[in-house]
Ligand binder design. Structure first.
Ligand code: HEC
Length: 123
């Protein structure tokens, strides 16, 4: 009986470790996608490097919208009426998969949703 409880505990710990490393590698993957495709317009800090590109930073900013809305806009492209520039489908990189877009969304939220002071402390 004791033995089997130990096994259960061991499995739980393994599962926790696996999901932790999946999270870390998602973020890393998201960073690669961001730096490869999105950074040109959105800038390294998410505030937007070109006219017409919105600031994505802040806790209550654009990234606080639902996943479904954001992933749809990232996949299909998006233009606010009257905006001077479009967000191209998949940032103009058709090779990106749904998994890439999910990972990059996670990365952007992780990097850009904290207020600048917290971000500085955790860097
Ligand atoms: C060619 C420039 C360009 C590239 C490259 C680009 N974007 Fe954008 N993105 C924009 C512009 C411009 C907007 C604002 C569009 C508007 O509101 O009319 C935008 C808006 C967004 C938004 C906010 C959507 C909303 O609901 O307001 C998200 C999220 C986003 N981009 C993610 C990404 C991701 C992820 C990538 C890389 C895969 C990427 N962008 C690459 C130009 C770009």
């Amino acid at each position: 009986m004791r033995d089997s409880m130990d096994k259960v505990r061991h499995c739980l710990i393994c599962a926790a470790l696996v999901s932790l490393s999946a999270t870390a590698s998602d973020l890393h993957h998201g960073q690669l996608v961001y730096n490869g495709t999105c950074i040109a317009c959105h800038g390294s800090d998410g505030t937007g490097g070109l006219p017409g590109v919105p600031d994505l930073t802040g806790k209550t900013g654009l990234l606080s919208q639902d996943d479904a809305i954001l992933l749809g806009r990232m996949a299909d492209g998006f233009q606010t009426p009257g905006s001077s520039m479009v967000m191209p489908p998949k940032g103009g990189n058709p090779a990106l998969t749904d998994a890439d877009l999910k990972a990059v969304l996670k990365y952007m939220r992780h990097e850009f949703q904290q207020d600048p002071q917290t971000r500085r402390k955790t860097q």
